[in-house]
Design a protein around this ligand. Structure first.
Ligand code: PMV
Length: 360
């Protein structure tokens, strides 16, 4: 049996801006994992996951590729990862085999509610790593990340892939996305191998950043799920109409991320806190200018509690629910923030940064 696992992620700064190719964001991987167990099978394959309920989804091969025997929407990311790797295997002349996938996740609670820690990205990364080992494709971590992004944009065309980068490389990362519209065209017109070598990757980069010095990470969960795809589509749609406001947002976000990177590299804890607070303000302004509430009342309470006690907090990712991320100076009592969270039913997620992994 092959066992792989991929960590969840949080956005520290630059969300929404990072959807535009070449615009930077900072993310971290966290020590909550999604695990994939792959075992060889015959005749057909099965996929089991808490998300699909008790039934295993069956897949098989036909002349025109891999297909699911049972339609299920939640299988999208798993199935897309499977299809892209199967194409790559075919292109490399490696014989096809069948396998079962068993997926278990720490990225949702006991009732199956997602924390917003990037479960779609983690499942994509873990499935691709399992298949890479199974077929002996010999992909390095950068290639696995690229395959994961190709699989993801078939399902979510606007996804930046920042979550895939955090999940693949661990630690703190600075990320910029490639031109996914061009990558999709490459995928439609040609092979996965060609899409992996396309010029459309030029704007993409992943760089490691140091952990902040003198700051502790606190993550609060609001208990309400957010729909990233819907929020990104709405903000982008409105952003196009109000081009000047969106251009300004992109420029300010870029400046803020650059300053955050400088603060992290200079071990400047105050500078990091300032940039987290600015990232929150930028998201608030983006919400106002696009008429979409990104900061829910629970997220406001979560971040305000941090700011009231000398820490800095912001929503992680698309907003609209999910998690907020707080950095607390060593001199500040985290207890005060946690008791404010309790009164608003915000749950502390007990997690830390997952260490860097894989070569960049
Ligand atoms: O809501 P999350 O944690 O999946 O983050 C979404 C971040 C966006 O920048 C809004 C979208 C993206 O694909 O990067």
């Amino acid at each position: 049996m092959i066992v792989t696992r991929a960590p969840g992620k949080l956005y520290v700064a630059g969300e929404y801006a990072v959807v535009e190719p070449g615009e930077p964001a900072v993310l971290i991987a966290v020590d909550r994992y999604l695990t994939v167990r792959l075992s060889e099978s015959t005749g057909s394959g099965r996929i089991r996951s808490g998300e699909y309920g008790s039934a295993a989804l069956e897949w098989t091969r036909a002349a025109d590729g891999v297909s699911m025997l049972l339609e299920h929407q939640s299988a999208d990311y798993v199935f897309s990862a499977l299809q892209v790797v199967e194409s790559l295997r075919d292109e490399r002349g490696i014989p096809a085999r069948y396998f079962d996938l068993d997926i278990s996740s720490e990225l949702d609670d006991a009732q199956g509610r997602k924390f917003g820690l990037g479960s779609s990205a983690a499942v994509t990364v873990a499935v691709i790593e399992a298949l890479d080992q199974f077929y002996g494709l010999g992909l390095d971590s950068i290639e696995r990340f690229k395959v994961a992004l190709l699989a993801t944009i078939r399902i979510s065309p606007n996804a930046s892939g920042g979550d895939l980068a955090a999940s693949t490389f661990g630690g703190w990362v600075l990320y910029t996305a490639p031109d996914r519209a061009a990558l999709r065209r490459e995928l439609e017109a040609g092979s996965v191998s060609e899409a992996l070598a396309a010029d459309a990757w030029d704007l993409h980069s992943v760089t490691r950043l140091p952990d902040p010095v003198g700051l502790e990470l606190l993550v609060g969960w609001t208990g309400s799920p957010a729909s990233t795809n819907r929020l990104v589509d709405s903000v982008r749609g409105n952003g196009r109409e109000a081009t000047t406001a969106h251009e300004l947002f992109l420029q300010e976000s870029r400046q803020n991320v650059d300053a955050l990177v400088t603060a992290l590299q200079g071990e400047d804890a105050d500078g990091v806190l300032t940039r987290i607070r600015t990232a929150r303000r930028l998201l608030q302004q983006l919400g106002e200018s696009s008429g979409i509430r990104l900061e829910t009342p629970a997220l406001t309470a979560l971040c305000d509690a941090a700011e009231a006690h000398g820490a800095a907090g912001k929503p992680s990712g698309a907003g609209g629910g999910d998690c907020g991320i707080v950095l607390v100076p060593e001199t500040v009592e985290r207890r005060q923030i946690l008791s404010a969270w309790e009164t608003h039913d915000i749950r502390l997620l007990d997690l830390s940064v997952h260490p860097p992994q894989g070569a960049l």
